[in-house]
Design a protein around this ligand. Structure first.
Ligand SMILES: [Zn+2]
Ligand SMILES: [Zn+2]
Length: 397
């Protein structure tokens, strides 16, 4: 299929796409509660003509999967959109502002749903020319961390028969309409941790009769940073951050215990293991040094997003045709994470970014902040990109 033709078709969808995106923006649903969103997606797919549209993930009526069989024989590839919103109160006065208090589409997943539904519509209209099949995955709970949607869908067989998968994220940090791609590691792994140091409470004037978990915590926080600076290869990357520290609340009392939570990120699975081991050793060691007990909880969250080189290059070549050479650039590696990585552990995949940042339109506000919004004018570009990439991936041999 000719990219110019696809671009034309996508351009004609602009008004409808903007309307749908704003409709979804006003009706956000947080992770694992995307019931109405899933119903909406399924009904749109059925309107297009899709048969056997499946709703449901991990026993909940959320998440949608549908297959489009092309006329010619060929491989099955998958395109994925996440569909959840965040627990956040939207600020500002957009006419299509969130109507559900406490939830907001502050990451752009409303745009992802819109682009994938329109891609489904576009590809459906040219299905006689497709050299294989396309699976459309509308995944719940990308933002959920310790219980995200991708591993659940993978467990339930969403990748059975799939030979390649692509995912796209709207990106406020990149100018509207630009595409960022990268081969190899793109986004970091993330793990979460919790430590509780227990000492012995006492009078602030008589430390000799107490065991102080606050001083233990202070030493722990400093020692923790030496895992990155002294234990991993300086040419590798890693970050350990403390997100919260709670310890006592009175000026003259040494508390009984102190608790901290935080996260660890890196790109390399070996470094990831090393950082976890170092983390546990430092927590236990510092606790012993300062006579405290340590309770450690360590939760493995998302693996790193690592793009297949051949698919990444195919995406780049497709993007050049869709948006022009000047609008395609290599993405930096990012320390943020995405559960798209769970698909990539099973099949080769590519995850890339479509810029939606436009200062004049107020769409450069960072993701996950209460005034986040996307530039609707990039939706046709995203539709053309996904559609063209699907055709190219099916046609490659
Ligand atoms: Zn997000
Ligand atoms: Zn997101």
């Amino acid at each position: 299929m000719d990219v110019t033709q696809i671009k034309d078709m996508a351009r004609k969808m602009a008004a409808g796409a903007t309307e749908m995106r704003r409709f979804l923006h006003a009706r956000p649903e947080v992770s694992w509660q995307e019931v109405e969103t899933s119903r909406f997606i399924a009904s749109k797919l059925e309107e297009i003509g899709f048969k056997d549209v499946k709703i449901g993930t991990d026993g909940k009526p959320v998440g949608v999967v549908a297959d489009l069989k092309g006329k010619k024989d060929g491989p099955l590839i998958a395109l994925r959109s996440d569909i959840d919103a965040l627990s956040l109160t939207e600020e500002g006065d957009l006419p299509y502002k969130s109507q559900s208090g406490g939830a907001a589409h502050a990451c752009g997943h409303d745009g992802h749903i819109t682009m994938l539904l329109h891609t489904a519509k576009l590809l459906y209209s040219i299905k006689d020319e497709l050299a294989g099949s396309v699976r459309f995955i509308f995944q719940p709970a990308e933002e959920k961390g310790d219980r995200s949607g991708a591993p659940a869908m993978v467990r339930e067989g969403v990748l059975d028969g799939v030979s390649a998968i692509a995912g796209m994220h709207l990106w406020a940090h990149v100018s509207s309409g630009k595409v960022q791609w990268r081969a190899g590691p793109v986004m970091a792994s993330v793990d979460g941790w919790k430590v509780k140091f227990t000492g012995k409470g006492g009078h602030g004037a008589m430390p000799q009769n107490a065991v102080d978990p606050t001083v233990t915590s202070a030493n722990f926080i400093l020692a923790l940073q030496t895992i990155v600076s002294r234990e991993i290869n300086p040419l590798e990357t890693g970050v350990i951050s403390v997100g919260k520290l709670v310890s006592g609340d009175v000026i003259n009392i040494i508390p009984e215990s102190a608790e901290m939570i935080g996260n660890i990120r890196t790109f390399n699975p070996d470094v990831r293991d090393k950082m976890e081991a170092g983390f546990r050793r430092v927590a236990d060691g510092i606790a012993a040094t300062y006579r405290c007990g340590a309770e450690i909880e360590y939760t493995t969250l998302y693996p790193p997003v690592i793009n297949d080189r051949a698919l990444a290059e195919l995406l780049r070549d497709t993007a050049v045709q869709v948006v022009g050479e000047d609008n395609v650039e290599e993405s930096p590696m990012l320390m943020t994470s995405e559960d798209f990585s769970f698909y990539q552990k099973k099949v080769p995949g590519v995850f890339f970014f479509l810029g939606s940042g436009d200062e004049a339109k107020g769409t450069t506000v960072p993701h996950h902040s209460p005034r986040f919004n996307i530039d609707d004018d990039v939706l046709p570009t995203g539709i053309a990109l996904m559609s063209s990439f699907a055709c190219a991936a099916l046609e490659r041999r």
